[in-house]
Ligand binder design. Structure first.
Ligand SMILES: [Zn+2]
Ligand SMILES: [Zn+2]
Length: 421
């Protein structure tokens, strides 16, 4: 068949077998977040463009090149969300949630949009888990969000996880460090990649997380931010380390982990895994004590992390067994049998049993083939013989075993049977 319409470049359909794995990821995210006392927030897919310009940053690639923006009919400039933190902070301020008991602990599972060049596991519409904690400036909240992330990955059986942490200082101590950094990279300016030459004036911190080979080499001898932070930032970082050790959470200090925006402060962290081949970041997070002020609200310490769910999905795709989604398939081969079959199906569904029945004109053989295909656990076929003898054969589809059951008592017998198996 000729395909007339295809999905826009950089988007992906998530197919029925895949949504089962997606749902498992989402379920685990909700379960672990709630265990730590985080509640879910749902907010709009689009916001005023200026919110993202203000919070994500005018100089960032996201704002300059990657946002999907549009005008509504009244001429308002809107944008599809490129990330979740800005929208969440906006919603928290607007709904007065900071006036309630602090800390405020929230999570969200959302789609985001960035007009980036598509790569493996990277899409223009992608999915993200975000976990954010507002109102605490203490290192115990770092422990809280980091251990939540770790538990989430571990319970999904993600192996070879490495936690990388760093401190990027505060508004008092970072300015001096950035000047040192500029001095250092100015000396080697001709060796920087094209993007980093631009970053040198706009956002020098970001040079530290450039992945280009030529910049990697230069970074080795660059001044380290941890050696340059103020004493209270140093103290904060030491306590974070102490808490991690005390909770048996392994980590490495990685001087190259930074965030490029001014409102980020102190702790930054990433979880990496080599399960997809090279070292891949599957979670990035940190503290952003300056964001609420930036958005015109009262200063509120905040921190959190984001997990790209598309990558996580790739990690789990080949490991997960697709779950069984049919407990009983009921085939039928005459009009009277059809009446009986649909009735049984309805009654058992009301008892929370996953039942499917024949909806096509099909032979018994074809119906059994279908039952196999949908991975049904058990099946029965009702025909006039079964109606006359009032006896039915329950077949275990995996073990080829059968069991005779009185047709009148089938529902209650099947319920007893499946509950004892
Ligand atoms: Zn500081
Ligand atoms: Zn570079």
């Amino acid at each position: 068949m000729k395909i007339l319409y295809s999905a826009p470049r950089g988007t992906k359909d998530i197919l029925p077998d895949e949504t089962k794995i997606w749902r498992k990821i989402k379920k685990k995210a909700i379960e672990v977040s709630e265990r730590f006392g985080f509640s879910e927030m749902i907010f709009p897919t689009f916001e005023e463009e200026k919110l993202f310009i203000r919070s994500v940053g005018e100089e960032t690639d996201v704002v300059q090149k990657e946002m999907f923006t549009f005008l509504d009919s009244a001429g308002r400039k809107l944008a599809l969300r490129p990330e979740g933190t800005a929208s969440l902070a906006r919603a928290v301020i607007e709904n007065g949630l900071l006036n309630e008991a602090l800390p405020l602990k929230l999570f969200y599972i959302i789609n985001c949009f960035r007009n980036e060049r598509p790569q493996k596991g990277r899409y223009k519409e992608f999915y993200q888990l975000g976990v954010e904690l507002f109102g605490s400036s203490l290192p115990t909240s770092e422990l809280e969000v980091i251990s939540l992330a770790k538990m989430f990955f571990e319970e999904l059986n993600i192996k070879n996880l490495t936690l990388n942490i760093n401190s990027i200082g505060c508004s008092n101590c970072r300015k001096d460090f950035v000047l040192k950094l500029i001095d250092y990279f100015k000396e080697h300016e001709n060796k920087l990649c094209k993007t980093c030459k631009e970053r040198l004036n706009k956002n020098p911190l970001r040079i530290l997380d450039c992945k280009e080979e030529e910049c990697e080499a230069l970074k080795e001898n660059a001044p380290k931010i941890l050696d340059n932070v103020c004493s209270s930032c140093k103290e904060h970082f030491k306590t974070v380390e102490k808490l991690l050790k005390n909770n048996n959470i392994d980590y490495v200090v990685n001087h190259k982990i930074v965030r490029g925006l001014d409102y980020y402060t102190r702790t930054v962290f990433e979880f990496k895994t080599n399960e997809l081949g090279s070292q891949d970041t599957i979670c990035g997070g940190g503290r952003y004590d300056g964001l609420f002020e930036e958005l015109g609200a009262k200063k509120t310490p905040a921190l959190g992390f984001g997990v790209g769910l598309n990558r996580l999905f790739l990690l789990l795709k080949d490991k997960e067994k697709i779950e069984n989604y049919c407990d009983l398939y009921i085939g039928h081969i005459s009009e009277n049998a059809m009446l009986k079959a649909t009735k049984i199906a309805q009654n058992l569904r009301e008892k929370n049993i996953k039942v499917q029945t024949n909806l096509l004109e099909r032979s018994v053989k074809a119906q059994m083939k279908y039952a196999n295909k949908i991975n049904a656990k058990y099946s029965i076929i009702i025909g006039d013989n079964e109606l006359n003898s009032n006896e039915i054969e329950l077949k275990n589809m995996n073990e080829e075993q059968t069991k005779k059951i009185n047709l009148d008592d089938f529902e209650s017998e099947f319920l007893k049977f499946i509950n004892s198996n």
